[in-house]
Design a protein around this ligand. Sequence first.
Ligand code: MIG
Length: 847
Amino acid sequence: MKDEKPAETPPLPKEEMPAEVSLQEADIRVRYEDVYEEVRPDTIVAVRWKDAAYEFVCSSGVCIRVQVIAPDILRLHYSPDGFFLPDFSYALAPDLPTGKVKATLSETTKEYILTTSALQLVLTKTGAQVRFYDADDHLLNEDAEGFMARRSVLKGWHCLKITKKYQHKEAFYGLGDKACGPNLCGKTFENWCTDAFAFGRDTDPLYRAIPFYYGIHHGLSYGIFLDNTFRTHFDFNSDDSESVSFWAEGGEMNYYFLYGQRPVDVARAYARLTGRPALPPIWALGFHQCRWSYYPHSRVLEVADTFRALSIPCDAIYLDIDYMDGFRCFTWNTAHFSDPKGLVQALEERGFHTVVMIDPGIKEDAGYFVYREGMEKGMFLRTADGAIAKGPVWPGFCAFPDFSNPEVRQWWGELHRALYVQTGVSGFWNDMNEPAVFHIRRKTLPDNVLHYFEGHWASHRKMHNVYGLLMSRASWEGMRRLRPDKRPFLLTRATFSGGQRYAAVWTGDNSSTWAHLALANVQCQRLSVSGFSFCGSDIGGFTGTPDGELFVRWLQLGVFHPLMRVHSMGQHLAGDTVVVEDEAQLTDPVLHTTDQEPWSFGDRWTPLAQKAIELRYALLPYLYTAMWKNSQDGTPVLQHAAFADPNDTKLRDQERDFLCGDHLWVSPVVQPKVQRQLVYLPKGHWYYFWNGMPAFGELFVNVMPEQIPFFVRAGAVLPTYPVRQHTADTNIEALTLYVYYNPTGEETISQLYEDAGEGYGYLNGEFCLRTWTSRGGPDVFHLNQQIEGSWPVFYQKIKVFLVGFPTFLQKCLVDGAEMPIREVRLHNRTLYQLIISPDFTSIEWHA
Ligand code: MIG
């Protein structure tokens, strides 16, 4: 007989022990690495009205709060256990209306139905799955699995997730500055503000976290904003599972559903929810020249003087980190800048504004007043253990202000006094505020750093993505307080949804390649539809050296970007370079670039660079109006081609061409040596700007080295100014209008907004808003003008060109009286020119 002893269960080899075991499967006799649980909604057992929301409570304990923010905005807020965190958000607009919105809740045997004038939300009684419909019963969006929350003992609630169905041929847009084609479908994304030095196509995440996307299908459009500041993830049917999901690594599932008849209406709803940007000063829309770094004093003036000597318009010069004393913010390197105020004044006399960089890292140095004051007043972040959290950046080990504390923001704002009030710099540039930390792979502060979070204390996991937003808020609010007469200009690298209320953004450290020019184009389109119209890229590329052709093509694209700024790296080694995983890859990292001013590429290219910048100054009234519109109702200045006609599937993935303002279709050249470019126009009639040729559908245009291809919508009025060297020159002889004949007989509305370009008089009616309505046909074409506001414009006359009139013009009536017309040839076309008084009310052109 064999040994009868019962076999003992051998202990599991350690490496086979799963890292996590589900609570249901956990054996009480065993200890595991970690134990998790997943919670889903099941049957709804109670419905109640509580704290201004409908609450649906499931027997599993899951609670769903549905809040009607506006007829077109619903909030869905989930708790796995029926308890919610204190309600708080940095992203939402402070002026978000909180009044009652009419909504009705009804039920069938299987579902609850919440109806507003624009939206219907259906919630199933078992499973608590949601479906959204527009008022005409079109299905906009529906849950696949709906809500799931996962927790473990060690990580707490670390996955709050929603899974939705992918709708047939659905396309997705938004999420800020993601470096890929416009349609996000088929991809996954992560939001975690990252110093992404020399990023490339498909690098993710980048500098900003903007967890807001659009879904477009069957000509319908909606938006989803996940208001959660933790690291978040979005999956747009990447594995062909016919599902779309988004999840956060902490906090709560809290999202807003936004309806819009067209994508632009979704953009406007999002702007109502997260805030509209302030109207910038006009100089901020001029051309800006930047470099890491211009110094000393004499070099800065030399650059300024060269602009004027060559008659290349420019409104601003930037000082990068080297103006500081050893990278100490709010100090000057007196060896290079012995008289900062004198420099700023000298620049001002030449028509330049000065913008200086400020970083969040404050050098650990007991002799440095900002550090000392910050330490004494308790302004810096601490770890959970109580020690000041420090990390190396440019100046060595630094402490970081806790911008989530209003006292810190107040202190920080006040620190700008000397620069902003006494020295007279015009704007600030906030860099490295992801926040970036050198040398470590993680690139940022550790998770155990604590943040005040407006009294809600949070770890860095929760605060990280809003650090940049709050730094820019502190800077912006400081500027408002210090010089209440001025419109702040602030540029930030990192930010979060809602950050558009405080700062413009640039796309970060790109490279001097054609691929990067193409990326800058799509990134700015995407930033713009994601709430950040005031955006731009480092024109010419940050690392590397462009050739003249690339530089000029990039400038031409920049004409249509609200922030038009050349920037380059200079002779530097970046401390924020890509983390080299293998030290053997560390080749000679000389990334130095040669000069990158408009005249740096030789005589062949300087006049072309100049022409591009001149075009910008000519188009300023159009761009300023688009920025004003953006500040009023959130209409994005740039829009993806797909937004022009969501029904046109040919536009869904169109990356190169885009809408700028209401009436321009821009088709930038993003490849070298292009002579002809194929353009596909959205429905309607257009004109090629450079020769006034009518255009529609698909066509080729001949591409000239000095011309960026763009088209104007038929019926539109395009306002232009004469070229000036800078915007403080208000000597504008005439406003010139290009009026584009529309063969369809439909009415087209165009606007021009003008004001002093600075200050807040416009809030008291000191602006001039012209609204033009055009309509007519081959016999007679009309233009009406309506004027609002009391601001006296700079010019005494308006020049009007009619473009595209199909037959010979017999006469022209202005306010009923016949006016002489002049025929002007543009290439082989005839334009009709009129010179009239700015306050006309109607023009009629008769065949
Ligand atoms: O570690 O201030 O993106 O525009 O010139 C580099 C120096 C820090 C990164 C910014 C770039 C700026 C540079 N900064």
